[in-house]
Design a protein around this ligand. Structure first.
Ligand code: 5GP
Ligand code: ZN
Length: 113
């Protein structure tokens, strides 16, 4: 938990969000500025600023197993969806708590996130 991190506050429910999924390691909620019908941010509960800072591959397993469940739950399993990470300033990362964008629910453009 980092006190000035908006995503940590969302995980702790100190800030509101539209929650999609939660387990002991992962939290997922709807992006405030959706790029498609479904735009979900999937994040580790542990505060990790960038993917470069991920020290255990367990995090990837936990995230992608949650993504699979979320895709099914949201009806994106058949049509497919995009998983995207903006890592670091040059890639346009604006919130420095690792997040995986999961975008779908309709035919989506070439824009990444
Ligand atoms: P990035 O640009 O870092 O890859 O993505 C950050 C994402 O977080 C953006 O798509 C932005 O709309 C979303 N976002 C930023 N602040 C909030 C917030 O307070 N609540 C929610 N639900 N999404 C947020
Ligand atoms: Zn955080």
């Amino acid at each position: 938990m980092k006190d000035d991190c908006i995503f940590c506050k969302i995980i702790k429910k100190e800030s509101p969000s539209n929650i999609v999924y939660e387990d002991s390691n992962v939290f997922a909620f709807r992006d405030i500025q959706p790029q498609a019908k479904h735009h979900i941010l999937v994040i580790p509960k542990k505060h990790i600023p960038t993917i470069t800072d991920i020290e255990s591959n367990d995090v990837y397993g936990q995230i992608f197993s949650a993504i699979k469940k979320i895709a099914k739950q949201e009806g994106m399993e058949k049509g497919g969806y995009r998983v995207c990470i903006n890592n670091g300033p040059d890639a346009g990362q604006t919130v420095f708590h690792v997040h995986f964008h999961v975008i779908g629910g309709e035919k989506i453009s070439d824009k990444m996130a």
